[in-house]
Unconditional design. Structure first.
Lengths: 413, 429
């Protein structure tokens, strides 16, 4: 037991170092802190990322801290996952494919008592990975152009500490603190007239945010859930170097070198999500979520881009025979789901909508709840039009949800 | 294994979304409304000695006034014997034949070469020795000469064919010099120069219309012969400009009645606002164009943090002030000067090489693209961030300023059609 926990801690701490790297590459991730990241634990990715009303009984449900209140006693849950994504980027004139493998999350949860449980999770919050080469932009109020090349990498990590307490048999309340930290690096190179200017910037961010969640079991087959995320300010500082070189004058000028300064803080909006989970005939489960994020109130268009309020509709079905607990096949779960995300970016007066369909299978790997969750999603983000691109992606998510009941059993024995 | 992320494909960076957003953090600004003040200044003394050119001629410039160049120099010889092997016996048989001045064109000319030139040669009454503390002669230096000439010549200038100009000189003068040598009254350079101090060559034609350059290898040729029997051997004694620092050109400009008549002293400037929105450069006479940037420091306030990455000044010659007769120089020298027109040095690149104003010769129908452009990125950036109140200016001259009379008329910011243009490229960070 002790050794296992030590290994788990080790596994949790390792990613801190590697997290800051680019997790995904998307031209859209040039905005804000990068593209926001859905870390779907367990089989959630297969059901359209829905599940605000799902309990954390068989896997850790990261969508609602209150779900921990329904953890089984003597179970210790661990979840780790990764994703492989193939994206094709397409604009009015060309198409390009890129593959990408990403670490998704690592988390564990354990009950503190029959009524309360605790979990920690480390996952990406956002990731930024983009590159623009020799892009010509007009100089305002003139008929001249300059050329910009830029690359951006990095992102923010999210370290969640969650606690839930169940009141009676039906109501659970959860609280989660999300600590956000990380940095993004942007290298820009400008060619303006006969000069070349390099601006290297590393922005560091840190902030915290509170989640309050609740779940209520209306009856044994029907649960409703809600989750609120507080608005929050992410403090930002930057370290920047600026050099210019003028070819005609053979003059290089270090305008500033590793100068640390405050930069515009980033504001996270108030968000809420509500959802239901309903089981039919004891083996088909429906989940439906609605989520809204009030990005317009963050008013940071000057710095980070024009934001709109974001809405998400998520729905999923999962099916498990489970007539015979002894039959391996009966314990296999099949899932499918839909996800519609209105996005919060407005580019060229258009929303960047993301929609996907997903299918998944969860394979038991022991006699407890441990599962290997494999899901496939196909989705589209953005659209082909002037100044926008469409991303078509195929995503394979592999999550390992381990149930640590046997550790405890051994102890009890 | 799961902890590493990698991009398996190379991102060529061809996909761009929201190009408007790209200019949010770093704004690129082109400023073309900064004030540029253009004026004309007058360097009263240009060193014209040691330039290896005898500049002769005069012309009446329609804009600048009457331009005139005379030349002064000292000649000498390597030896003052008539014949190296001469004995007194032989020497007695030498007789003077003739004396002449030989001038070889050096291909420089300015103005209309179709009209005839007249020059006159005069004996100097004083030695070619500077009055000043230094060893130089200037465009306004002069030496006393004998008003009576010892030779004149009128010729058709053919600068390209380099037709040598021979000036037949006065035989009385020639014979007198010959006798001094023959009688061994002159045996060394000091004695020679004491007797014959030098020459002034003046341009005398009333209606000459160009200024010509001649090589400083000009020769004074003294011909004599030896009469022994019936046979006659012609012999030659040559006097040359052995020290080019003892040759200079007096270049003058009579601005009476012209737009430039009120040109102030060396430390002052004449605003182009007062001269029909034009500024004037003329080699030889010391007219130069001065350019000031009075409001550059205010660019500091465009954004909280920003830097000038490049700047380009294009100054244009005024239409109809240049022609085949009065051609444009290919490039101009650019100097950095203080408020009193004192030159601190040439405008240079970071590695120290001089920066020139280079003529853009891409002709279009209305000559709109003709102009001299100067890369000023570093200069303007330094002027913007300079802590002290002092402001530097630029002074433009034609590279042959010390030995020619080329001239140029340039437009200021109010000159319609030939407007000076300053473009400053700025980026905020």
């Amino acid at each position: 037991m002790k050794n296992t926990i030590a290994i788990l801690f080790f596994l949790i701490l390792i990613p801190f170092g590697s997290f800051s790297q680019s997790l995904s590459s998307s031209p859209y991730s040039i905005y804000g802190l990068g593209s926001l990241y859905d870390s779907d634990f367990g089989s959630i990715s297969a059901i359209g990322s829905s599940g605000v009303a799902l309990p954390s009984d068989r896997f850790i449900n990261n969508l609602n801290p209150a779900s921990l209140g329904f953890m089984y006693r003597n179970h210790f849950l661990f979840d780790v996952g990764g994703k492989g994504i193939q994206t094709s980027y397409q604009d009015l004139s060309k198409k390009e494919n890129r593959n990408n493998v990403q670490f998704s999350h690592i988390a564990f949860a354990f009950p503190l008592s029959t009524k309360s449980a605790f979990s920690v999770a480390l996952k990406p919050y956002s990731s930024s990975g983009y590159k623009i080469s020799d892009y010509k932009l007009p100089i305002q109020d003139s008929n001249e152009e300059y050329t910009l090349s830029t690359t951006g990498t990095g992102g923010l990590n999210n370290f969640d500490i969650s606690y839930a307490y169940r009141i009676g048999k039906k109501l659970s309340l959860g609280l989660s603190t999300s600590i956000l930290f990380g940095s993004t690096t942007e290298n820009r190179e400008y060619i303006i007239s006969n000069s070349q200017t390099t601006i290297d910037k590393e922005s560091s961010y840190n902030g915290a945010r509170l989640n309050f969640g609740t779940q209520f079991k209306v009856d044994s087959t029907f649960t409703i859930g809600a989750n609120l995320k507080s608005p929050s300010r992410v403090n930002a500082t930057k370290v920047q170097s600026v050099t210019t070189y003028n070819a005609t004058l053979e003059a290089s000028n270090t305008v500033e070198s590793d100068v640390k300064s405050d930069t515009d803080d980033y504001y996270l909006p108030f968000e809420f999500s509500v959802g239901i989970s309903k089981r039919f005939k004891n083996n088909l489960n429906l989940t439906m979520d609605y989520e809204k994020a009030f990005w317009e109130n963050t008013k940071q268009a000057d710095m980070y881009g024009s934001y709109l309020n974001q809405e998400k509709f998520k729905m999923g079905f999962s099916y498990r025979k489970e007539k015979n607990f002894r039959s391996y096949f009966d314990r296999v779960q099949f899932s499918t789901g839909l996800n519609y995300d209105s996005g919060f970016l407005e580019i060229e007066n258009k929303r960047i909508i993301n929609k996907s369909v997903s299918f998944g299978i969860s394979l038991p790997i022991d006699n407890a709840f441990s599962m290997l969750n494999i899901s496939y999603s196909y989705g589209q983000k953005g659209r082909i039009s002037n100044g926008l691109i469409k991303e078509n992606y195929h995503k394979i998510s592999v999550n390992l949800s381990l149930d640590g009941i046997w550790f405890v059993k051994r102890k009890i024995e | 294994m799961l902890l590493t992320s990698c991009d398996s494909d190379v991102d060529a960076g061809e996909f761009v979304v929201g190009s408007d957003n790209l200019s949010v953090n770093n704004k690129v600004i082109l400023i073309d409304t900064a004030t540029v003040e253009v004026s004309t200044i007058n360097f009263d003394s240009l060193v014209t000695s040691g330039q290896s050119r005898i500049l002769l001629g005069n012309y009446d410039d329609p804009i600048f006034g009457k331009v005139k160049s005379d030349s002064y120099f000292q000649v000498s010889s390597s030896s003052y014997n008539l014949q190296t092997t001469s004995s007194d016996l032989e020497g007695a048989n030498y007789v003077f034949d003739s004396i002449r001045m030989v001038l070889v064109p050096d291909k420089y000319y300015y103005g209309d070469t179709t009209k005839v030139q007249s020059i006159s040669v005069h004996r100097l009454l004083q030695k070619v020795k500077p009055n000043t503390d230094d060893d130089n002669f200037y465009n306004n230096s002069s030496l006393n000469y004998d008003a009576a000439n010892i030779g004149t010549r009128t010729f058709q200038p053919k600068p390209f064919r380099q037709d040598t100009v021979f000036v037949k000189m006065d035989n009385t003068f020639g014979d007198a010099l010959f006798q001094k040598l023959k009688k061994r009254e002159i045996t060394n350079e000091d004695e020679f120069i004491e007797y014959f101090k030098g020459l002034a060559i003046r341009s005398t034609s009333e209606n000459s219309s160009c200024v010509l350059g001649f090589q400083s290898t000009a020769v004074l040729q003294l011909y004599y012969s030896k009469k022994v029997t019936d046979s006659e051997t012609s012999l030659l004694k040559e006097f040359t400009i052995e020290d080019v620092s003892k040759q200079f050109n007096r270049i003058s400009l009579d601005r009476t009645g012209t737009i430039l008549k009120d040109l102030p002293g060396t430390t002052q400037r004449l605003s182009s606002d007062l001269t029909e929105n034009k500024s004037f450069i003329q080699s030889g006479t010391g007219l130069a164009c001065r350019i000031d940037f009075p409001n550059i420091k205010q660019l500091k306030y465009i954004t909280e943090k920003g830097t000038i990455v490049d700047a380009q000044l294009v100054i244009r010659p005024v239409n109809n002030t240049y022609s085949k007769t009065y051609p444009l120089a290919d490039s101009l020298n650019v100097y950095v000067a203080d408020q009193l027109n004192r030159i601190g040095g040439a405008l240079t690149s970071a590695s120290g090489s001089s920066i020139y104003a280079v003529l853009n010769k891409d002709n279009d129908e209305f000559d709109e693209n003709i102009g001299y452009s100067i890369p000023l990125g570093t200069f303007i950036q330094n002027e913007m961030v300079k802590k002290s109140d002092s402001k530097s200016a630029l002074i433009l001259t034609i590279p042959n300023i010390f030995k020619a009379v080329d001239r140029l008329v340039l437009g200021n910011q109010k000159n319609t059609g030939n407007k000076i243009q300053l473009k400053i490229y700025y980026i905020s960070y």
